[in-house]
Design a protein around this ligand. Sequence first.
Ligand SMILES: Nc1ncnc2c1ncn2[C@@H]1O[C@H](COP(=O)(O)OP(=O)(O)OP(=O)(O)O)[C@@H](O)[C@H]1O
Ligand SMILES: [Mg+2]
Length: 255
Amino acid sequence: MRPRMLILAVVSGKGGAGKTMTSCALARHFSRRSPVTVLDLDLHGPNVLTQFGFPLRYAEMTAGKVKPVWYEPNLAVYSAEMQGDTEGRGFVATDAQKREWVLDAFEAIDLGPSRYVVCDLPAGLDEIFYQVAQHAPIDAFVVVTNPDEPALQDAEKMVRLMIDFKLHRKILGVVENKARIDCPKCQHSWRVANGVGAKARLCEQYGLPFLGEIPYIWKHEHADVLEHPMLRGMAEALVRAKFKQRKLRRLLGGG
Ligand SMILES: Nc1ncnc2c1ncn2[C@@H]1O[C@H](COP(=O)(O)OP(=O)(O)OP(=O)(O)O)[C@@H](O)[C@H]1O
Ligand SMILES: [Mg+2]
């Protein structure tokens, strides 16, 4: 693996937390300065192409490696959807097969000149996550959660598990998605949950950087959701955050 390539995985305990949106927003942001590959490894529901609005194209093999598709000059995507054999039916396989597929992807896919690789991983605190978090060549993780209690509980379990595996130093930070609803007609803003948010619950308790909260985004108000200022702010916070590991500081510094 090239020394200047940062492989970043976006994870959440709970499904639907906003991993795909966060992955695509980070990739879009990084691609302004450097080549980026998005690995959509969510076999349960690969949604990266839909989130970007990119058409489905099948990946090709060259010199024994799977080639991601370049959709923009600095942005390539490989998605689980690009396996011609699934034909829109999803990927029916055992957990063991899925785990091997995800682990193999890091070797099988040609990451080319990418400076950043953003991986959208499947939701769930299952064996796929345990094995991938420990054995895939991932440099860093971004944890995404919603502010409601079930999502926070699952995110906290994930953080504790990463502490047990001594992977917590690789957590770049926490994003609280769908944290509030800003009325599009007046200035009023509602918090979505009553309880303690991700900042206190995860960041202060476990010493993790808080990368920001994303409001509910009204799609009809934003031609390109990924350009929402709060998503851009989250990506900038990630680059600015102070990391405990020297390797991560080096990989993120000076794009
Ligand atoms: N801040 C937001 N405002 C409005 N809609 C959002 C926001 N975040 C996510 N969504 C929408 O919520 C749904 C779930 O988001 P997303 O697909 O990013 O979650 P996920 O964690 O990748 O889900 P899964 O676990 O199923 O892969 C999507 O339809 C997405 O467009
Ligand atoms: Mg997803």
